[in-house]
Design a protein around this ligand. Structure first.
Ligand code: HEM
Ligand code: HEM
Ligand code: MTE
Ligand code: MO
Length: 334
């Protein structure tokens, strides 16, 4: 049972980590499925507590080298799971400036090096019995029970009318829709709001055939509109009306782009596929008013089908490239 417990924990924690990121990379239906598996894995990890406690007690008696790193790992995993539940139920969604979702993901990322250390230092080579009928059956049973327990918590959240009942399929909560002034300002990780003067700012559009610069006044003359939902991975979403110009109007198809590289004044960047240029807006206005510095002045990306980290702010250059859009890190590093 000890071997089985550790192996099950390994599979579950890996599944939780992967499905969490998978959910972040979709703004559509697969996010929900990913999160169901995600939540069930989290519940299953908790369900193994009685068995893992025995292993931990044994381990702590011997005080093997590095035992305290295992404790830090345990604390980080527990903090992550608790914050996950606080977010999903809505019992505590933020604490000052940080959201429960940020704590959830932050603790999970912080746990990674300790988890790898734990695996390497406490590694027990797998054996054939690990894949026996009995082991697999036990695994199936655990997952089934965890799935039911997760469904039960979702039911309870609804019965008790907890805030969690109103989450979107990504798990995010609605904040300040159609109230631009109250909409939260947030950054992916380490970026900060730059000060940009509209008079000297230029947007460089670097096409295959020609390069051209746009002024703020020229871009403000466009009046393409879209109502779109910004869904931040920090755990909130906000529906707003945006005005600007479809990227397909700035990047001529005659350029035959494979992808388009959009860069912020801060260096933050993403690549969009040529096929989606008619669905992403370079916005100059939010709710009919010029953007505030926090929301991306002078211009920002509005990518209705994508999570918030694609909505690049403070854009200074758009470059046609022959590199495919999938050739980039799945998430920004800044
Ligand atoms: C949620 C994930 C896990 C947590 C929170 C956790 C935590 C701990 C703690 C606190 C200890 C006792 C301190 C120590 O001996 O270092 C321990 C021991 C141990 N863990 Fe884990 N662990 C986890 C997953 C795993 C995995 C995936 C494996 C292996 C595949 C594993 C294998 C072991 C072994 C072999 C021991 C030593 C037992 C002994 O010496 O008696 N653990 N674990
Ligand atoms: C140690 C690894 C992790 C564990 C054990 C874990 C576990 C959990 C648990 C138990 C919940 C609450 C589920 C519920 O009842 O709805 C949750 C929610 C969530 N987690 Fe994780 N998580 C981990 C890492 C991550 C990572 C790395 C991400 C994203 C990159 C992530 C994204 C999410 C999201 C978006 C939710 C909200 C789901 C919803 O509200 O429906 N998690 N997680
Ligand atoms: N340049 C830049 N653009 C950025 C970010 C960033 O850190 N730097 N964060 C993104 C993320 S994660 C989100 S959710 C949205 C937030 O937009 P808002 O501040 O207008 O709500 O901006 C996106 N655009
Ligand atoms: Mo975000």
């Amino acid at each position: 049972m000890r071997r089985w417990t550790n192996l099950a924990l390994l599979c579950l924690i890996a599944a939780a980590f992967l499905t969490g990121w998978l959910a972040f990379s979709y703004a559509a239906a697969p996010a929900r499925w990913s999160l169901v598996i995600h939540a069930a894995s989290g519940v299953a990890i908790l369900a193994l507590t009685p068995w893992k406690s025995l292993i931990i007690r044994g381990g702590l008696r011997h005080r093997r080298q590095g035992w305290w790193t295992s404790l830090i790992f345990t604390v980080l995993v527990l903090v992550s799971i608790v914050a996950g539940f606080l977010h999903s139920t809505g019992l505590l969604r933020w604490w000052g400036d940080i959201t429960a979702m940020e704590v959830h993901v932050g603790a999970a990322i912080a746990a990674v090096p300790f988890g790898i250390w734990h695996l390497v230092a406490r590694w027990v080579p797998p054996r054939a019995v690990d894949l026996s009928r009995r082991s697999l059956l036990r695994g199936g049973l655990l997952l089934g029970a965890a799935g039911l327990a997760y469904a039960a918590t979702e039911g309870l959240v609804r019965l008790a009318s907890l805030p969690g009942a109103s989450r979107r399929f990504t798990g995010s909560y609605e904040v300040a829709s159609y109230q631009p002034d109250a909409m939260p300002v947030t950054q992916w990780m380490f970026d900060s709001v730059p000060t940009i003067a509209a008079s000297t700012w230029r947007l460089r559009v670097d096409g295959a055939s020609q390069e051209r610069e746009w002024t703020y006044a020229q871009l403000s003359a466009f009046d393409d509109r879209v109502t779109a939902t910004l869904d931040c991975t920090g755990g909130f979403y906000s529906k707003q009306e945006w005005t600007g110009v479809w990227l397909s109007r700035l990047v001529p198809v005659t350029d035959q782009p494979v992808s388009v590289h959009v860069r912020s004044a801060t260096g933050y960047d993403r690549r969009f596929a040529a096929g989606e240029l008619s669905r992403v807006l370079l916005a100059t206005r939010l709710g009919g008013q010029p953007l505030s510095p926090g929301h991306g002045f002078p211009v920002r990306m509005v990518a209705p089908d994508r999570r918030g980290f694609w909505w690049i702010k403070w854009i200074t250059s758009i470059e046609v490239e022959t590199t495919p859009a999938w050739w980039q890190l799945p998430f920004p590093l800044q």
